[in-house]
Design a protein around this ligand. Sequence first.
Ligand SMILES: *Cc1c(COP(=O)(O)O)cnc(C)c1O
Length: 407
Amino acid sequence: MKDDKRKETTGRKYNFVTPSVDGYYGDFGGSYIPEILHRCVEELRQSYRTIIDSQEFRTEYHALLRDYVGRPSPLYLARRMSEKYGCRLYLKREDLNHTGAHKINNTVGQILLARKMGKRRIIAETGAGQHGVATATVCALMGMECEIFMGKTDVERQHVNVERMKMLGATVHPVTTGNMTLSDACSAAIRDWCCHPQDTFYIVGSTMGPHPYPDIVARMQSIISEEIKQQLQEKEGRDYPDTLIACIGGGSNAAGTIYHYADDSRVRIILAEAGGEGIASGHTAATFHCGTPGILHGSRMLVMQNDDGQIEEAFSISAGLDYPGVGPMHCNMVAEGRTTVLAVNDDAAIRAGYELTRMEGIIPAIESAHAIAVLPKLQFRPGEVVVLTVSGRGDKDIETYLNNAPY
Ligand SMILES: *Cc1c(COP(=O)(O)O)cnc(C)c1O
């Protein structure tokens, strides 16, 4: 949806990661929802902070992160890559989490929130199926009913993840509207929520959706930078890096990576978005380069849309970065000049994935490979400390790597 009006800002002082009471990060965010959802979004808005700040929640959340997810994830000094790029390159290993990516940090937290709010039925959207699997996993863990909305195109492309979700006990609904991909799955999940506002909790998979979802997801993922602080203190004798690097689709692993450094001007923030076949090719998911402000899935953010405000299909070799919008917190940080976003094309991401594999013995998710691919584009001071988040492991992408092998 096109939206040329800029939200009146009150001149209130905010920090980058904390939205205003009504969910704005500068001009982005907010809560644009159908009337029927107003009550449950309002209920969530009023209770989420109290619940997730409570000692009971924190104890259970951290116990699950430790014993179930396998945290803290290691911060690994990649020696050969460091030498190549002339910096001290640390990899934050979210690929080693249970289910293979950072997404589980968020689903573990949101299911505890859902349970505390007395909800019994869980719904979620998924694109590649990673968030669907992470959601189905925690539903199995908690014995909750789980319904996943997934574009029919993606159901066909991501067969293994569909089988994983089914094995975990979830029902997968193929969505046949629009392009039958992630964006349509989000819309279908929102429609389902409208039909069952009382008993259903919608577990949103990234820092998007109506307020308070972007804030909830960012807080759940903020464990990443909380650990980076401690780990850098141990390894480098100071708790901040010079540069942070992450890939960005909706923005959740990036939000987690930067959360505790967003207002620390000593730390440079670089994000890698999916250029697809190139930002001028028409086949791209580079929302920061090609998007304009608009409203999508309940929030004001940068959106790839045509002149009539119709959403354009995102295109990337990486299913996890294939979303036509990007979370409001990041939109604001980029607008304010705090964050730099580089677009990485499919072929560069594939090469970077092979490079990490051959130089460090780590096969990254193709999403994470986009973050690796910005290394040759950056300048580093000698001894510069760089932390790069490897958001997921590449097992799911082996076929993609093989079909596009640069060797
Ligand atoms: C889903 C996914 C992403 C993109 O989502 P964000 O919310 O931007 O983090 C990145 N990497 C992996 C491995 C994913 O599964």
